[in-house]
Design a binder for this molecule. Structure first.
Ligand code: AMP
Ligand code: ZN
Length: 114
């Protein structure tokens, strides 16, 4: 059993604001929001990053994207827009080694990115 922070959130061993959970994915509020709406969409399996996924994970990756779409609708930001971010590896400042999709919205974001 993984002692990873996000794995503990999935197992509800540490508190978090989970907005959706099924057999494959969990969606919860980021503890340090970078936008009025900031959700994290994660696979229930401990997958360290996008680079750690294989051919067999393609359906799961689709579930993460679709979960982000549904969560954006539920959060009321589907019409105004939102940004999806996956930080992958050190240059992108990935801090938690459990694959996660950031869903950011609820206000105008900076453009261009980077
Ligand atoms: P990243 O830099 O892409 O690895 O993002 C990690 C994200 O996890 C950051 O936005 C943190 O604010 C968030 N985070 C860290 N600990 C928690 C926690 N206990 N509950 C919710 N979000 C967290
Ligand atoms: Zn994990």
């Amino acid at each position: 059993m993984s002692d990873c922070l996000f794995c503990k959130i999935i197992r509800k061993e540490i508190p978090s604001e989970i907005v959706y959970q099924d057999d494959f994915i969990t969606i919860f509020k980021d503890i340090n929001p970078a936008a009025p709406v900031h959700l994290l969409v994660i696979p229930n399996d401990h997958i360290t990053s996008l680079q750690a996924t294989g051919e067999e994970d393609q359906l799961l990756l689709g579930k993460l994207f679709f979960g982000a779409k549904k969560a954006a609708e539920q959060a009321g930001i589907a019409e105004t827009g939102y940004r999806l971010i996956v930080n992958n590896g050190p240059d992108a400042h990935q801090e938690i080694p459990h694959l996660h999709l950031h869903v950011l919205g609820g206000g105008k974001m900076q453009h261009p990115m980077g």
